[in-house]
Structures are given as C-alpha cells and as structure tokens.
Ligand binder design. Structure first.
Ligand code: HXC
Length: 259
C-alpha cells in the first residue's frame, strides 16, 4: 500500500494509519479522504488485520479539520456532495467496519478531525490534545456526522454548547464528558491503543464484529434490539463459538479461526 498522504504499516495484526500532512496540520483534503476510503476497505478485507490505530503525523495535530482551502468557493450542491461522499466512504465506513478503529488523538482534533475520531470505535487522547467543532466560526456546521456523533457521545446539551460556541476543550474535559475513553501522556499514546487491541485480538473476531454492529445499531438502526437478537443467533453457527466453549470446558486458551 503506497499512499501520498498516509503512512500505513501492519504489525502484529494491527494496521497503523498515520495521516501525514503535518504542514497543514493533517487537514483532510480530497486525496487524503480517497486514501482513507481505500485503507478502510483494505482493513475490512484483510484477515491479518484485527484492529486499526489511526493517528496524525507530528506532535501538534491529529487532524485540524477538513482542508478549508479546498472548499472556499464551493456551491451549496458541492458542499452537500462533499459531506455525503465523505460520510459514506470514510466516516460511516469506519463506524460500520468489522474491525475496531482506535483514534490516537495526538494533538488538535478539530472539525472534520474530531468527526474522524468520533467515527472511530475508541478514542484515546494525549494529555495535551485539544478538541472542538469550530465550523460555525467559518459560517458552516459540522458535515462529517459531527452533529450526530457528538450528541450520541456526550448528550444534546453538551453537544449544542460545544458546536455553537465553537470552543475547544482539553483532553481532561473531553474525558469528563465521555468524548474520549482514556488520556495518556503523548509518548504512551500508541502503546495504550495497542494495549486495548491486545485484548480484542484474543477474542473471537466474528463475535467482535457482531458486537460492534449491534452497538452501532443502537443509534443507527430503528430496532437495535432486533439486530442484537439476530447477531446473537448467528454466533451459534460459528466454529469459533464451539471453540470458545470447548476451550472453557477444557480449561485452555481458545484458538479462533474466524469461522
Ligand atoms: C487547511 C489548515 C487547516 C485546515 C490548519 N491549516 N488547519 N489548512 N485546512 N483545516 C494550516 C494553516 O493554514 C497553516 O498553513 C498550517 O496548517 C499551520 O496552522 P496555523 O494556523 O499557522 O497554526 P496555529 O496558529 O498553531 O493554529 C492551529 C489551529 C489553527 C488552532 C489548529 O490552524 C486552526 O484553527 N485551524 C483550522 C481549524 C478549523 O477551523 N477546522 C475546521 C475546518 S472545517 P500555512 O501554509 O498557512 O502556514 C471542517 C468541516 C468538516 O472541518 C465537514 C466537511 C463536510
């Protein structure tokens, strides 16, 4: 996988993706979004990949938003297209991935950058990270799912306050309102993400995917309970379920084969 704006590598079943536009604070231009869409497909299709860690290059920014310079002369129709295309191919695609995505927020996560982190399944912030949705300072609103996912994560009151004030919050404040799962020193960021994925990697991959699908259905589907019931039933048809139970009875570690 050779990309212009991403650095990617796979090690110990983890796909590491670094958004690499440090001079522009890793802002999401069109090409970066196209590459992200490709890497998400790759993660889903590659059995070797059991989890993804997504971060930004350098120590200043995770992602400072969509690339403002690219859409300064857009029409309303082009703006809609930008939001729809990005949501479908990148933001929703991450949320609906069968592999867990962990956002390692190494600095500013603003606008589309925070929206990207919120599309991930787990967020870990470096202690100096700052987060916010500053779109109204530009005369815009969040367009990559931010109004929906921020509300889901922190509740309507906090979401509205953050969006209409456009104020940035610290990692500590973000953890307090449930926007990030953990805060660690910058140097420990990737290690913390790896630690979380080290547990997931030992679990049955099809069950992990089914569990994430059911949780996401709680906000995106009309009847998440039904999705859970069906996904639960399907688990019984997997070889990994039989292996998990056999390993428990035989008092040994399970060996899952993703079947
Ligand atoms: C393009 C950006 C950028 C962005 C920073 N840069 N953010 N370029 N798009 N979103 C560029 C700057 O132009 C500058 O390049 C370089 O990165 C360094 O940024 P500075 O502003 O000089 O750094 P600093 O003074 O430290 O301020 C850091 C910052 C600020 C607070 C993060 O850059 C900032 O406010 N950025 C914009 C954040 C924002 O509004 N994001 C939301 C975007 S809208 P040059 O070449 O000038 O030196 C959005 C919509 C999503 O995300 C939905 C779409 C559908």
């Amino acid at each position: 996988m050779a990309y212009q704006n991403l650095i990617t590598t796979v090690k110990d079943n983890i796909l590491y993706v670094t958004i690499n536009r440090e001079k522009a604070l890793n802002a999401l231009n069109k090409d970066t979004l196209t590459e992200l869409a490709e890497v998400i497909v790759y993660a889903n299709e590659t059995d070797e990949v059991l989890g993804v860690i997504l971060t930004g290059a350098g120590e200043k920014a995770f992602v400072a938003g969509a690339d403002i310079k690219e859409f300064s002369d857009y029409t309303g129709k082009q703006g809609e297209e930008l939001a729809r295309n990005g949501q479908e191919k990148v933001f929703n695609a991450i949320e609906n991935s069968t592999k867990p995505f962990v956002a390692a927020i190494n600095g500013f996560a603003l606008g589309g950058g925070l929206e990207l982190a919120m599309a991930c399944h787990i967020r870990i912030a470096a202690d100096q990270a700052k987060m916010g949705l500053p779109e109204v300072t530009l005369g815009l609103i969040p367009g990559y799912g931010g109004t929906q996912r921020l509300t889901q994560l922190v509740g309507k009151g906090k979401a509205i306050e953050l969006i209409i004030t456009a104020n940035m919050i610290t990692a500590v404040e973000a953890e307090k309102i449930g926007l990030v799962n953990h805060i660690v020193p910058q140097a420990d960021l990737v290690a913390k993400a790896e630690e979380i994925l080290s547990f997931v990697k030992q679990r049955a991959p099809l069950a992990v995917a089914a569990a994430m699908k059911a949780v996401v259905a709680s906000v995106n589907e009309p009847d998440g309970y039904q999705v859970e019931i069906e996904a639960f039933g399907k688990c019984f048809e997997t070889a990994d379920f039989k292996e998990g139970v056999a390993a428990f009875v035989e008092k040994r570690k399970p060996v899952f084969v993703k079947k």
